[in-house]
Design a protein around this ligand. Structure first.
Ligand code: NZQ
Ligand code: ZN
Length: 396
């Protein structure tokens, strides 16, 4: 096994009605003045916001609400939240929602704890390490991004259309409340985006240059099999509590670091997808399914045996008498077919933005290299030319 460090301190409260514990959990973690962050409408419409606020009232907590977070959350709302948190004297931030709300809550917590810094210029552009943050708690409403137990937060700068993530140990929420019933109001499309994202957090770690961490690999393969099986069940039986519970737990485990211990995560498909979301505001899960097939076909020859292992252990494909590259290609096709069965896009024409001009692909590649200042990936390190080639492959 390779050396690693693992610290995933988020307390998980999993099960029906757990949201009623929000107030007492905040108190237990020292909060008394809480900024409550939520999204567009779903938490209000379902009555969840009201139930959680009641729990805060019962715990005697003061709170200030910041609603209206949109998918691919914007820096401008985070700035606004920081202002409100500072004038309110907040000492805790509670997110009620999915990745977009949680990441906005993390950013507000960062900004409120460090008013002398600029969120974007100093932290998101990594000119200065994040020195601290307010504690954050989460009531999760969608199994997808894994932000409820991850160390990262992803924001889009609405002026420059840059979508960037910031990882920090301060970004691990203190607690995450996960009641699978809260997901029953999700539109089908958001469930499928979530299934893709859970898989991609695992696959973006699984395809890496280190292949000597057997247990890490087996955890990743098991998580993927579980997500594929329960993803199919949820599609056939929306509202299947057991199946959505499995997905909710998988979503957290896929992105708290567990499925990548001891390796050097790749995350190139995520970086390629982020540029599509930044430019065209496409849903995160859709940006990933639209690019993965092209990434895989471009990179498979770097290590066909790894893709063959994936085909056999995740998709149950028979290796007998096959060259690794043949089995590898069958595994890639299995992913493609699965994404199609979820009605998720596998190329640009299936995204709302459609097929792009060559100059737009060049712009995407340029942005993805942070203006020619970085490469991406570890399974295969990708430079500007590689990135452009992958966008071209997906452009049909
Ligand atoms: O705003 P509302 O009305 O709540 O609607 C949301 C939103 O439109 C809706 N929704 C959420 N829970 C619902 C619900 N609708 C009905 N019932 C419910 N129970 O779903 C839509 C999408 O929500 P969003 O929070 O954007 O989804 P997701 O959890 O997929 O988060 C995506 C964001 O997380 C980032 C992505 O880049 C994207 O910005 N990520 C964050 C990561 C992290 N912090 O660790 C890692 C990921 O790789 C990802 O990059
Ligand atoms: Zn993701």
């Amino acid at each position: 096994m390779q050396a690693f460090e693992f610290y995933s301190p988020t307390k998980i409260l999993f099960g029906a009605s757990t949201e009623a514990q929000a107030g007492q959990q905040i108190t237990a973690y020292g909060g008394s003045r809480v900024v409550v962050v939520y999204g567009g409408a779903s938490a209000v419409k379902s009555g969840l916001l009201e139930r959680v606020l009641r729990s805060l009232d019962e715990a005697g907590l003061a709170y200030e609400c910041v609603g209206g977070v949109q998918p691919n959350p914007k820096l401008s709302l985070a700035y606004e939240g920081v202002k409100r948190a500072l004038s309110f004297g907040a000492d805790f931030v509670l997110a009620i929602g999915g990745g977009s709300v949680i990441d906005t809550a993390k950013a507000i917590a960062d900004g409120a704890a460090t008013p002398e810094f600029d969120l974007w210029d100093d932290f998101w552009l990594k000119k200065h390490p994040l020195p601290g943050s307010l504690p954050v708690g989460v009531v999760l409403t969608i199994p997808a991004a894994g932000s409820e137990s991850s160390d990262s937060a992803v924001l889009t700068n609405d002026e420059t259309l840059e979508k960037r993530g910031l990882s920090s140990p301060f970004h691990r929420p203190r607690f995450a409340i996960m009641n699978p019933e809260l997901t029953f109001t999700l539109p089908r499309y958001q469930v499928t985006c979530g299934i893709v994202d859970i898989m991609m957090h695992t696959m973006d770690r699984y395809f890496n240059p280190v292949t000597t961490n057997e247990l890490t690999d087996e955890i990743a393969e098991g998580l993927l099999r579980n997500t594929i099986r329960n993803g199919r069940r949820v599609m056939e039986h929306p509202g299947d509590y057991q199946a959505i519970s499995e997905l909710m737990w998988a979503g957290s485990l896929s992105h708290n670091g567990l499925t990548g211990l001891g390796n050097k995560p790749d995350f190139a498909p995520h970086q390629l997808g982020h540029e599509l979301s930044a430019m065209f505001d496409v849903a995160h899960g859709a940006s990933l399914s639209a690019i993965w097939d092209s990434w895989a076909k471009y990179c498979v020859h770097t290590n066909p045996a790894r893709f063959a292992q994936f085909a056999e252990n995740v998709w149950g494909l028979d290796p007998s008498g096959k060259e690794p590259v043949t089995l590898a290609m069958e595994g890639i096709e299995a992913v493609r077919q699965f994404f199609r069965s979820l009605q998720m896009p596998i190329c640009l024409s299936q995204l709302d933005c459609g097929v792009q001009s060559e100059s737009t692909l060049e712009d995407l590649a340029y942005r993805c290299t942070f203006r020619n200042t970085r490469t991406i990936g570890s399974f295969q390190v990708l430079n500007y030319d590689d990135i452009l080639a992958i966008y071209r492959l997906a452009n049909y």
